[in-house]
Design a protein around this ligand. Structure first.
Ligand SMILES: [Zn+2]
Ligand SMILES: [Zn+2]
Length: 215
């Protein structure tokens, strides 16, 4: 029941955010999206003491636990969810308000922030999340892996502040509401491949190790 309540609340937040967002003009929407993209990265670059060091250098799933985070509770088996696939690092469960015939979430077991807080060092993690998502789709008899959507919500439109990959299929059959939330025209949904490109284009240096003047 709590899970249903959570997902109801989760979706309500997304939908109401979406409704108010749609009232913005195109210019304001673009500006907001750019701000959302830039600010966390800037603050991350200039923050020498970040969660990054402990998250990247210490991938022990027991660390990075946030007692207030529902996805941490799911990963820690403190909250029920239908776990479709899991390993030491990741787990996958259905989105209870699916935006497509198949809609799953892949999360790291440890608490990581939204996709904009990731660094180049997280590329393998994102790739493994994508692999698990595709594996679950295949287990669910999805054969056309070219007709899928893999991506992340861009804050402030990510309702759960625990990194989670949305895995949707078939992408070609998403309804208008789903397209607004997860489709190519959504400015607050970042396809996983685009995130990988962005992370790969970053400098090798870790911001926690780099001097602020380097940025
Ligand atoms: Zn969490
Ligand atoms: Zn989400």
């Amino acid at each position: 029941m709590f899970q249903s309540l959570f997902h109801y609340a989760h979706v309500q937040v997304v939908v109401s955010s979406q409704a108010s967002f749609l009232r913005f003009s195109h210019a304001l929407r673009l500006q907001l999206a750019l701000q959302c993209w830039r600010l966390p990265i800037q603050s991350h670059w200039h923050n020498n003491e970040t969660w990054h060091t402990r998250c990247v250098n210490n991938m022990n799933p027991c660390d990075g636990y946030d007692a207030t985070c529902v996805f941490c509770k799911i990963a820690n088996k403190e909250k029920d969810a239908e776990i479709l696939e899991s390993d030491e690092e990741l787990c996958c469960f259905p989105d209870l308000k699916p935006g497509a015939q198949h809609h799953y979430l892949v999360i790291p077991r440890m608490h990581l922030g939204n996709c904009l807080t990731l660094r180049k060092e997280h590329v393998p993690l994102v790739q493994r999340m994508m692999e698990m998502g595709k594996k679950v789709l295949q287990k669910s008899h999805v054969t056309d892996l070219t007709d899928i959507r893999l991506g992340f919500h861009v804050p402030p439109f990510s309702s759960v502040p625990h990194l989670h990959l949305h895995v949707l299929a078939p992408a070609s059959q998403m309804d208008p509401r789903s397209l607004r939330m997860y489709g190519p025209q959504s400015v607050w949904f970042l396809p996983a491949e685009q995130l990988l490109k962005k992370l790969n284009s970053q400098k090798d240096s870790c911001p926690a190790e780099a001097k602020p003047s380097d940025s």
